[in-house]
Design a protein around this ligand. Sequence first.
Ligand code: G4P
Length: 528
Amino acid sequence: MMKREDEIARRRTFGIVSHPDAGKTTLTEKLLLFGGAIQTAGAVKSNKIKKSATSDFMEIEKQRGISVATSVMGFEYNGRMVNILDTPGHKDFAEDTYRTLTAVDSVIVVIDVAKGVEPQTEKLVEVCRMRKTPIIVFINKLDREGKDGFELLDEIETKLGLTTVPMSWPIGMGQDFTGVYNVYEKQLNLFSAHGKQNEDDLVTITELNEDTLLPHMSQRLCDELLESVEMVQEVYPTFERKTYLQGDQSPVFFGSAINNFGVKELLDCFVKIAPSPLPREAGVTLMKPLDDKFSGFVFKIHANIDPRHRDRIAFVRVVSGTFERNTQYNHVRLGRKLKFSNPTTFMASRKETVDMAYPGDIVGLYDSGNFIIGDTLTEGLDIQFKGIPSFSPEQFRYVVNKDPMRSKQLYKGINELIEEGVAQLFIRTMNNRRIIGTVGALQFEVIQYRLQHEYGAQCSYEPLPLHKACWVSCDDKAELEAFRKRRSRDMATDKKGRDVFLAESAWVLNQVQEAHPKVQFHYTSEWE
Ligand code: G4P
């Protein structure tokens, strides 16, 4: 058996983030194929919800099933144990996606060469930057016409705030896409649109010049490549792993996922440079993977697909020690001991019971209501992990109870769904009304549907045009009280009773911030 420290050192736990349609699913699938986790293309894809689908009830059910199945996909590659955590995109984009980012150690960002940096990518990368998560960028769909390479790098630098280091450079694009030149390996990788990439397509070129390049491409592409590579070397920093690991430098690759082009280079580089499991802060204690005692945190909760069974699956990221089956652990928030007889891993839609899991691994625990997002499990330690923040929602609606005879069920249902992290609940101070806030619009329908089917309660919504909900704090208690009074119409409390300011618009938020310089406005709930 491999030693524990070796097991930990070989783990790479990461997420792929992108705007819908950039090619995340396709890339995931190619990676799984390389790792032998799936045998045929289409296995992940066929699981995907059709984009045209309206968010009808069946789709919501299906989605919940699918996202459990693809929550974590693990495989071995070059002796490494790779865990891909699914970060839901599309309309089902929700806080879940953000929270999953707290459970990964690095990310790969996929960008469509034609579309460049898109809004969802901006939001997700912002969260990564906040956490200093190391980022690799994959520019996809080079077999199509798109933006110029330098233009894209500029966009990534300005919109995503990343310092880019091109590791490869594309030769041509769309119709005349000829391949990529790997700047570091000094290798030319030739693209043939039909069939797979094979060894013959790889040409090692130590000296870049017309003589070495012209046998493989036209004069025009040759001139372009020579000029571009010179620019790349002059303008961009050289790759340093340490800087990447600090989140201060992002290597960039070019390729075409659907053609399986550039994917192996990406994966080879990824397993080489990406961080092995990282420590996590628990108050003043830093829990390290090599520590003896087990600790982990819940970053995601999934309700059972079958509404007749109210059990859920809590996803735990192992931070330190080893997690073992049938062993008693502390549920720190409840102050109780719990043990788990069938912890599960999810290997690309295959469920398996695990006996032991290492730092970097994700285990799914069947739960009958003991867990909420952010809960800590430990081997006898009294610590609480921080950093599973709630993010300021962007869509808000008032809840309207449609069946007063079933109020109790409605409120119970709402509270349980909020605990699961489906959305956030605020109570507006001036009228005591419940406000549900979400990051994506589909969540409203999910809540309505689930309240009806799981709790027999009916709700509808009233629109509430708000820009953001920000948590507010102030060292000066009198000042905070004055603020609360002054803005009483815009105040609410969150589920923990903390003060929240409801901003009607970005402009109002700005004005209010200027008028109350001592009050701090937070976009996530974990500012302390
Ligand atoms: P997502 O998970 O990020 O939403 O993207 P997904 O992989 O589903 O890819 C979105 C679309 O882009 C798919 O086409 C996919 O086939 C296509 N695609 C992915 N990689 C490449 C690439 O390298 N080159 C080109 N030309 N297309 C690519 P679709 O028509 O929406 O779906 P499908 O009918 O092909 O499955």
